[in-house]
Ligand binder design. Structure first.
Ligand code: ASP
Ligand code: MG
Length: 408
């Protein structure tokens, strides 16, 4: 018998009507003889509502208490879905993360899954139940509720699929797959039938918000077959996330990703000596701030400049750390920064075997008069930082120059 883990996001369970719809879809799969575990998010808007409520009481809500609170959104969804399934005559049972025992570390609001006790779920499946599991949450060793970070239900689904050895993990969402870029910016964007894990990781980390990045990492690591599909369409293959070797016939570039949530910081006049990168980024890492691009120039006269990007929401905090702790400590000349930037990237495994991608990209941007502020590359990606106001133009131009536009 095949075992499928399905995940439905907030929009798909956004009302009781939609929850009943999800129940009907599940009924269809079950009638084909598939065992089903369903992971659901909170009803759309609910997590935001809960966070706002917490902030009304405490400006920076205590992370442990915030997790106690926001985890309730998913708890409502699993109960409603189980009821809807029962109403269709289907045996159903719900579990919160702690009830399953999805064991995590204690990093509240961004906990990592360590272990899943899947025995209860397996027994329920064998007894003919559809099992509904609350996404986004777990429990740490001492029994405190934790959450996995925004969008964490995807990771719950993939982790469960890995733990149960499921045949496929299907992520149902409000789009019907992964696109070459956001169709709201480029109407000619095309749905990809397949994309490799590596490309998907790059796309996700670059701000394509179809899947939580951790879920893709997890799926790659545990070889979970992962598919993104629409919960509003009856049929459709969605986008299958594959391993490269299965997929030789493909375009050089798979997609154009972008991210507006960026800010850049430059530490000016840094002494060019061993340990400097560590002295600058150590305190930033200690404050749990993720650093993305890092650029250090060639030194001259014993001095250099050091630039990096971070999430825009961490801009003020990072500037404070640099100005108050780092600058006096290392004797840098100054710290400057800006949060009106965006990152635009071309992604494709084909870059490994083709030259000239970077020059095509830079020429296309130059022809539009778009100034490149920073550049970084990996084997399968080239990213540039540009002024936020040119982001959409850059995405459109690159989509076209790499021939991703839909030809009708
Ligand atoms: N409800 C959580 C969020 O809005 C988790 C999820 O939807 O995956 O981030
Ligand atoms: Mg989501």
């Amino acid at each position: 018998m095949t075992l499928i883990v399905q995940k439905y996001g907030g929009t798909s369970v956004g009302s009781t009507e939609r929850i009943k719809n999800v129940a009907r879809r599940i009924a269809k799969f079950q009638s084909r003889g598939q065992q089903i575990v369903v992971v659901v998010s909170a009803m759309s808007g609910e997590t935001n509502r809960l966070i706002a409520l917490a902030r009304e009481v405490q400006a920076h809500p205590d992370p442990r208490e915030l997790d106690v609170m926001v985890s309730t959104g998913e708890q409502v969804s699993i109960a409603l879905l189980s009821m809807a399934l029962m109403d269709l005559g289907i045996k159903a049972k719900s579990y919160t993360g702690p009830q399953v025992r999805i064991l995590t570390d204690s990093a509240y609001t961004k906990a990592r899954i360590l272990k899943i006790d899947e025995d209860k779920i397996r027994a329920d499946l064998d007894a003919g139940y559809v099992v509904a599991v609350a996404g986004f949450q777990g429990v740490d060793e001492v029994g405190s509720i934790t959450t996995l970070g925004r969008g964490g239900s995807d990771t719950t689904a993939v982790a469960l699929a890995a733990a149960l050895g499921a045949d496929e993990c299907q992520i149902y969402t409000d789009v019907d797959g992964v696109y070459t870029t956001d169709p709201r910016i480029v109407p000619e964007a095309r749905k990809l039938a397949t994309i490799t894990f590596e490309e998907m990781l790059e796309m996700a980390s670059l701000g394509s918000k179809v899947l939580q990045i951790r879920s893709v990492e997890f799926a790659g690591k545990y070889k979970v077959k992962l598919r993104v599909l629409s919960s509003f369409e009856e049929e459709g293959e969605g986008t299958l996330i594959t391993f490269e070797e299965e997929n030789m016939e493909r375009a050089i570039i798979s997609g154009i990703a972008f991210n507006r949530d960026e800010a850049k910081i430059t530490v000016l006049g840094v002494p060019d000596r061993p340990g400097i990168a560590y002295q600058i980024l150590g305190p930033v890492a200690d404050a749990n701030i993720d650093v993305d691009m890092i650029i250090q120039n060639v030194g001259h006269d014993g001095m250099t400049d050091f630039s990096f990007t971070i999430n825009r929401s961490e801009f003020t905090r990072t500037m404070d750390i640099l100005k108050n702790q780092v600058q006096p400590h290392i004797g840098a000349r100054g710290v400057i920064g800006g949060d009106r930037i965006a990152k635009v990237s071309v992604v494709g495994v084909g870059m490994r075997s083709h030259v000239g991608i970077a020059s095509t990209m830079f020429r296309a941007l130059a022809e539009e008069g778009i100034n490149i502020q920073m550049i970084s590359t990996s084997e399968i990606k080239i990213s540039v930082v540009v002024d936020e106001k040119y982001m959409e133009l850059a995405v459109r131009v690159l989509h076209k120059v790499f021939e991703l536009d839909h030809v009708s």
